[in-house]
Design a protein. Sequence first.
Lengths: 298, 312
Amino acid sequence: MSAPAASSDRLARFALSPARRRRDRIARTGVLLGTALAVIPLLLIVYYLLRKGLGAWSVSFFTTDPTGSTFFGGSSIGGIKSAILGTIEIVALASAISIPIGVGVAVWLVEYGRDSWFAQTVRFFVDVLTGVPSIVFGLFVYIVLIVGTGSSYAGYKGSIALSLLMLPIVIRSAEVILLLVPATLRESALALGAPRWRVIFRVVLPTALPGMLTGVLLAVARAAGETAPLLFTAAATLGTTFDLGGFMNSLPVQIYKDVTSPTPAVVNRAWGAALTLVAMILLLNLIARLISRRSRLA
Amino acid sequence: MTPERSTPEVTDVDPESSAEARREIQDAPAAGPPHILGAHTQAPGAPSPAAAPAKSGLGVRLEGLRAFYGEAEQVKGIDLEFHANEVTAIIGPSGCGKSTMVRCINRMHEEIPGAHAEGRVLLEDLDVYGPSVDVVAVRRAVGMVFQKPNPFPTMSIFDNVAAGPRLAGGRRRSGRQRGELAAKVEAALRGAGLWDEVADRLDKPGAGLSGGQQQRLCIARSLAVDPEVILMDEPCSALDPVATLKIEELIEELKRRVTIVIVTHNMQQAARVADRTAFMLDGKLVEVGPTQEIFTKPDDPRTEEYVTGPFG
């Protein structure tokens, strides 16, 4: 509208200055380097796991129990069948204990307790529990159920230690998801003349289910990888057992025992067991992701 | 637990049967009104298939109703009557307590933490805040449609409408009862003018419908429990004009069988659908009367200012 000269003056401020361009480039490079630095150890872990672990894998590795032999012979040391099955059994029982209780606590916190002082206290202790080191749960169960009762190690005692570890994770993740369920859904169900407990079972929980499954599976994955709570609760054994009342082997404990062995074949078995554990947890995480993708709340 | 199955059909409703409904609310908690079967009896020569049920609305009277959120008083003593089988519109500026007042009628107000109500809400002669009254039965008799269409996201169209009877019943369904439920769902969907649009996809998710269809689905959902009063809290505020028109036509149909209280920000809407209109300001009732009078010659200057003012 005005003279060309005036117009170019007005537009000069839009020009990108070289200094600005340089700062941008430096910042971008810095962030990229930081990311790369963080990824390197991750990649190294995966690399070593695959290189060392895959070498230990074979059919008999998964189908035989460890023999306890540490002779330099390689094949006679046995596989990790009892550890895989033991981990599955212990974690399954731990889940059976912690998931119903945890979801129940979360439902109470969201639907009934709300902001009452008791609910706030429960939330505080759940938060504290989340930060407790896992060995403390093992120690607690050891003192109460093994020293306290004068009895011996048992698979179910390991499950209890793991369930204590899982409980705060389950409660917190379920609570977050339940809070995401729109209040209008509860209201319209209540306005239909439905009692509150039925609103929870028929409307709130089905809506929250996919999201809650994600949180639950992450808690399961976390528990499956824990060594400390199992060391002096379920202990370790060689043979496969389905008796949760007796000593029970598990993958983390097997790795812990194997890796301190002077026999290279046994150390290799630790790598193979570690890769197995990581693969199992990865699978759980994948399932959790698939389910959460179907969630209607996320 | 099926008292409603054993009662004789009620084909024509007189004042006595609303007294019967009242007794039902006190005597049989969690059970539906006795004349549910009546809803399926086609009156001979019914004016339209949607208006078939020979049911009648209940009158509602508020006496000195006050509602609080914690200490804050939002509804400050209201006396107001909603006539049976009429549409009453509640108008007034935002925050004047319209929604809060309406939510007191089916006792949904108290679901908000820290909220409570005082005064009386009478369904005919029954105070819904009375000590021996079952909240669940009140909410079955007084249905509600919310501002935003909110079908249950995990449920199909059929299940959404069946949710009311199922959530209240809880008995395992035999084949015969399943047939009754299907009939009830169809009647409710027809009543909400949605049947022809969804009959071939009842098993599809309710959330997949358009906004207007979702809102009519929500109306069908509330109809499925055979309420005598329906509260509508700005039911069209999230809808486009065409969908709004459909809902308004529906309201005209529905008032044959229920009493309707509708909160609205849209004054043309109040003028179109309401037999009577109440104007609220700052938690108090300013004026109530036939819609014509409220909009053409209101008694109170504040009403006149509001209905003729820049908001209109």
